[in-house]
Design a protein around this ligand. Structure first.
Ligand code: GLU
Length: 451
């Protein structure tokens, strides 16, 4: 029996069946293959396993290819099994010729659509073993598998045959795939031995589970399991890769945020856990937010500007000033529309409308005191120049007064005058973003309302 040759150039493949949209489990398999290929200076192959003609759909293939491109996993070669039938046929003929497979006339009651003739693999009924980089040595007695079907006809190979032939032809050295394929491995090893293929290394990745330890599935968890959901929400591809890498792997340090290049450097397939990996959506949001913060400021401002300009009359230089206040409130760029629709940031772009009574701090009884505070604040702010209108300078001129007169009494009316909202970012930050002129103007309007 041939064993894996550790000195060979690493070649891995991601081999999805296009029977559904690319889900997180599949994308994670692609990621681990990609990382492994790149860190070993090897080859990453994308192979579409579309031998099941009824269930394979072009739209799913497109979704898979687009998903990988969006993630930035450039593949070195691309194949479609439906275009390789001649190759499988050659192997089937050879196996039959050597007595390792046979055409079987099926008798008995056949279900609709079933053939009366199939090609069965002649099981040598033996013990096989393979070494799994995650799970260690696995042994299996193949007797119980009987003579299993490997093709419906010479033109219609089934899954196991096509996988083994392709892995051999493509010289795959490491098979990295989901744990659900462990039970397929013994059949595939028997076929490998029959066609004289070397045995690759295996790594079967743990399942992805929800917090109740149920397998993540489209039926139970809906859109959240599809990669396209995160693309639509404008998640960052590097954040999604980072998050997926942590589904079953960790670096053994406290580091949780990785760029794709760092993952290529630090990922270690041997450190992947055997047990199920728990999917946590809140963590995904957090990881994305951390990656948002790593972007160049101009890029963040630009992304926010592109959304904001559809709703407000604004310009990029203004958005550059206030973007940190928006960044604080979002986990992904996709959230920007949500906070705009909720009216949460309207006040940055237009003057707020409100009743004069809402200017009064809840602990105060006399609204004329509120007016005094507003006026005092306005006059103090006049002393700062437009260029020096920074959060720190604003705080310097207002904070002493606010502490003396009561922070609520002084800062609440200012914040309301600026934003018209009970909940908003810190008033000093709003003032600095709005600029001196607009800040003074809004405080004046509030004073006039009280008069
Ligand atoms: N086509 C199989 C699937 O989508 C994967 C086969 C393999 O990785 O060996 O589940």
């Amino acid at each position: 029996m041939k064993t894996p040759d550790a000195n060979k150039k690493t070649i891995v493949r991601f081999a999805p069946s296009p029977t559904g949209a690319l889900h997180l489990g599949g994308a994670r398999t692609a990621l681990f293959n990609y990382l492994f290929a790149r860190q070993n200076k090897g080859k990453f192959i994308l192979r579409i396993e579309d031998t099941d003609k009824e269930r394979s759909k072009k739209e799913h293939e497109e979704d898979i290819v687009n998903g990988l491109k969006w993630l930035g996993f450039d593949f070195d070669e691309f194949y479609r099994q439906s275009e390789r039938e001649d190759i499988y046929k050659k192997y089937l003929k050879k196996l039959i010729g050597e007595g390792k497979a046979y055409v079987s006339k099926e008798s008995g009651a056949l279900e609709a659509g079933e053939r009366s003739e199939v090609i069965r693999f002649k099981n040598p009924n033996k013990k096989i073993s393979f070494s799994d980089m995650i799970r260690g040595e696995i042994e299996f007695d193949t007797t119980e598998l009987k003579d299993f079907v490997i093709a419906k006809s010479l033109e219609e190979p089934l899954f196991h045959l096509a996988v083994v032939v392709d892995d051999f032809e493509m010289e795959i050295t490491h098979i990295i795939r989901g744990e659900d394929h462990i039970s397929n491995t013994p059949r595939q090893i028997l076929i490998q031995e029959a066609i004289g293929a070397p045995k690759p290394f295996y790594a079967h990745l743990p399942l992805i589970l929800d917090s109740d330890r149920a397998k993540l599935s489209k039926r139970k968890h809906g859109e959240k399991v599809s990669l396209s959901h995160y693309i639509k929400q404008d998640y960052l591809p590097q954040a999604v890769s980072n998050f997926m890498a942590l589904l079953g792997w960790n670096p053994g340090t406290n580091q949780e945020i990785f760029t794709l290049d760092e993952l290529i450097e630090k990922f270690n397939i041997k450190k992947i856990q055997k047990g199920g990996a728990i999917f946590n959506e809140e963590k995904m949001k957090w990881v994305n937010k951390e990656h948002l913060k790593l972007l160049p400021p101009d890029q963040i401002a630009d992304e926010i500007y592109k959304i904001a300009r559809n709703h407000y009359d604004t310009d990029i230089s203004y958005v550059k000033k206030l973007y940190p206040l928006i960044l604080d409130r979002i986990n992904s760029f996709g959230d920007v529309n949500g906070i705009i629709e909720a009216g949460e940031i309207d006040f940055f772009f237009k003057r707020p409308d409100y009743e004069k009574d809402s200017l009064k701090w809840k602990g105060d009884s006399d609204i004329m005191m509120t007016k005094t505070h507003l006026e005092h604040a306005r006059l103090s702010l006049e002393n700062i120049s437009e260029e020096q209108f920074t959060i720190d300078n604003i705080k310097n001129v207002l904070f002493g007064y606010a502490e003396k007169m009561g922070k609520g009494s002084v800062l609440w009316p200012i914040r309301f005058a600026l934003s018209g909202r009970e909940k908003s970012p810190d008033p000093f930050a709003i003032m600095s973003a709005l600029g001196k002129k607009e800040t003074i103007e809004r405080i004046k309007i509030a004073e006039q309302k009280i008069k």
